[in-house]
Design a protein around this ligand. Structure first.
Ligand SMILES: C[C@@H](CNC(N)=O)C(=O)O
Ligand SMILES: [Zn+2]
Ligand SMILES: [Zn+2]
Ligand SMILES: [Zn+2]
Length: 463
């Protein structure tokens, strides 16, 4: 199938320029001014629109078994919702149970993700350590296109990686040319603070942020950065939520250390006043980790994106419906942690970031797609509008508006942390692998059309 996108303004990470885009099959064939219309081609008029690389969400959890239940969004509904928001690739997580083979878990996730409507790839979590884990990390890199390994420093008595696991896994990652990533919260401190609150009879969801103050995140961020520094590995910190963690990243980068940071759309625009309500469903709907923070942390995160000390925007899309969240009715530590956002990320970051002047359209492309493609070695296949790249494109209407609501979202879970927010700047059309999958409110996602994206290792030094 041949499609010509005509009359738009192409926005890449390096520049914005007037150009037509010719798509042949699932690849961009040409980018240039006044391209001829091939016989039989479909022509899409992009006048007044930005033509941008499809979004890459570096952090989602579809179909995740977690805290005794499974997320409301599976790989079809979650990726379809992403397409409706302009996100054409998600980076999800294989999370083996402690003592479970990484390869077995990887194949389980590959089964679950076969129904995806958009492209997907996996970080693999290291939740335990043994010679078997050491060996299987090599198999995943060499044979399955995995080049990033996740470490949860939180979630004690579940999937938490202790310092020995962090050190051994970071070392192995360096050998393999893979990037270690971390969920930076001190799981021991969280556990002790949780127990202290429960002991005082403080069991409501409002207690969640009290058990995970910024200092608990910053300690782990500093520790992960220090371990990476000693071992001379890069490190990527997911969902950086507070100024203190950002300071740790900024300090390390100023010393020439290779540290990357990710900000969630939710953490960029939502503050901790959401925890002051008496409505259980409302507060529990905002229970995620790290929690939403005080107002000054949001502006710190925006400065992080502007200064290049934070590199990607993501969502940590991990949805649970009210009935699932109610598991923690009498004990906030049992509320499944997670919120949505895969559908809203790009519009929320554009509306708050570009309309305010904090980000240029090209800087928006950097933090919504291009940096992720480069950091995780998918560039230039992903993250740029260029001949030879995947035809993952979002036609962006900078004047279009919509009011976000769970009532009209495509994602499951029946709750939306951006409820009622009106955004200016929305996707008009999303093209994934050369096919129009979303157009002005109509979603044409196809179950199973998504592809597993293999990501080559960086310059590995060992087998
Ligand atoms: C388990 C997963 C999603 N839940 C959350 N962020 O609260 C994570 O911690 O990233
Ligand atoms: Zn996390
Ligand atoms: Zn997560
Ligand atoms: Zn339900």
């Amino acid at each position: 199938m041949t499609t010509l996108i005509r009359g738009g303004t192409v926005v890449n990470a390096d520049r914005a320029f007037r150009a037509d885009v010719l798509i042949e099959g699932d690849i961009i064939a040409a980018v240039g001014e006044n391209l001829a219309v091939p016989a039989g081609a479909t022509v899409i008029d992009a006048g007044g629109l930005y033509v941008m690389p499809g979004g890459i969400d570096t952090h989602t959890h579809m179909n995740l078994p977690f805290m005794g239940t499974v997320t409301s969004d599976d790989f079809f509904t979650g990726t379809a919702a992403g397409l409706a928001g302009g996100t054409t690739t998600i980076m999800d997580f294989v999370i083996p149970a402690p003592k479970q083979s990484l390869i077995e878990a990887y194949h389980q996730w590959r089964e679950w993700s076969a129904k995806a409507a958009g492209d997907y790839t996996f970080h693999v979590a290291i939740t335990w350590w043994s010679e078997q884990v050491h060996a299987e990390m090599g198999t995943l890199v060499r044979e399955h296109g995995v080049n990033s390994f996740k470490h949860f420093m939180a979630y004690k008595n579940a999937i938490m990686a202790d310092d020995e696991t962090l050190v051994k896994s970071f070392t192995r990652s360096l050998e393999l040319g893979a990037l270690p990533t971390v969920h930076a919260e001190n799981g021991e401190l969280v556990f002790q603070l949780q127990q202290a609150l429960l002991k005082k009879g403080i069991t409501g969801p409002q207690a969640h942020p009290l058990s995970r103050p910024p200092a608990v995140e910053a300690e782990a961020a500093n520790r992960a950065i220090a371990i990476a520094n000693v071992l001379n590995t890069p490190v990527y910190i997911v969902h950086v939520s507070c100024a203190e963690s950002l300071d740790a990243i900024t300090r390390a980068r100023a010393n020439g250390q290779r540290v990357y940071g990710e900000a969630l759309a939710g953490h960029l625009v939502i503050d901790d006043s959401v925890y002051q309500s008496d409505d259980f469903d409302y507060v529990a709907g905002h229970v995620m980790s790290p929690p939403f923070r005080g107002k000054h942390h949001q502006s710190a995160l925006w400065h992080g994106l502007q200064s290049g000390n934070l590199h990607t925007t993501a969502t940590d899309h991990c949805t649970f419906c009210a009935e699932q969240k109610a598991a923690g009715k009498d004990d906030f530590t049992r509320i499944p942690n997670g919120c949505g956002g895969v559908e809203e990320r790009m519009a929320v970051v554009w509306d708050a970031g570009v309309n305010s002047g904090m980000l240029t359209p090209s800087e928006f492309v950097k933090v919504s797609s291009n940096n992720a493609a480069q950091i995780f070695n998918m560039y230039p296949r992903k993250g740029v509008i260029a001949a030879g790249s995947d035809a993952d494109i979002v036609l962006w209407d900078p004047q279009g508006t919509r009011t976000i609501s769970a009532a009209t979202q495509f994602a499951k879970g029946g709750f939306n942390v951006f409820e009622g927010r009106t955004v200016r700047g929305i996707p008009s059309t999303t093209i994934a692998a050369g096919k129009v999958v979303f157009h002005q409110g109509e979603l044409m996602a196809v179950e199973g059309a998504g592809r597993y994206i293999e990501r080559p290792a960086f310059s590995a030094t060992a087998a």
